[in-house]
Design a protein. Structure first.
Length: 186
């Protein structure tokens, strides 16, 4: 029995040490609610919905054996989404080195210079020509980041409507760059 005595003592000490890490003696209380954090009676609060969705391939235009300069992708409204004004759209480009806010070109249409984005065309246009993305329409957008994309580079394009969650498009450049490249999903 005496030979097992140190094992019992060590076991008890270890249990006390482990239990000491699990006990919290903090007297902090949560902050008091304010008018902005109190729920409104009768109103169900939901997080902002996903308004935009990506449709089709994401294409990178570049130079044979070189780099990708521009990226073209198509967006449409998700089901049950209301129309959105593309003039209030924010686009952020990021890769493993940098993040940049991409600005719209004047008038929102045309070929974008470096650091800009534009609407290239509208598929299934509803109504007259305008910058309003409506149900059933698809807007083809071209982004021209300031820094070119190199082979196997990971990129993310965040498309932010005025209301709702951002659409994140994550892609990888191919190993061999051609004039037109399909960027693979991550």
């Amino acid at each position: 029995m005496a030979a097992w005595y140190p094992v019992h003592v060590i076991s008890i000490i270890l249990l006390l040490i482990l239990a000491a890490g699990c006990i919290d003696t903090s007297t902090d209380s949560p902050p008091l609610p304010t008018m902005s954090t109190l729920p409104i009676p009768g109103v169900t609060q939901h997080p902002p919905a996903q308004i935009l969705q990506s449709s089709g391939e994401v294409i990178g235009q570049g130079t044979q054996g070189g780099i990708i300069d521009t990226i073209t992708f198509t967006v449409s409204l998700s089901n049950l989404s209301k129309s959105i004004d593309m003039e209030h759209l924010g686009i952020v480009y990021s890769d493993v080195v940098r993040t940049e806010t991409i600005l719209p070109v004047d008038g929102y249409w045309g070929e974008p210079p470096q650091g800009c984005w534009s609407i290239v065309r509208v598929v299934n246009e509803a109504g007259g020509p305008n910058n309003l993305l409506e149900q059933g329409e698809q807007f083809v957008i071209r982004v021209n980041p300031k820094a070119p994309i190199v082979p196997t580079q990971l990129i993310t394009i965040q498309v932010k409507p005025a209301d709702g969650n951002s659409l994140a498009i994550r892609r990888t450049a191919p190993k061999t760059i051609r004039a037109e490249n399909i960027l693979s999903p991550m």
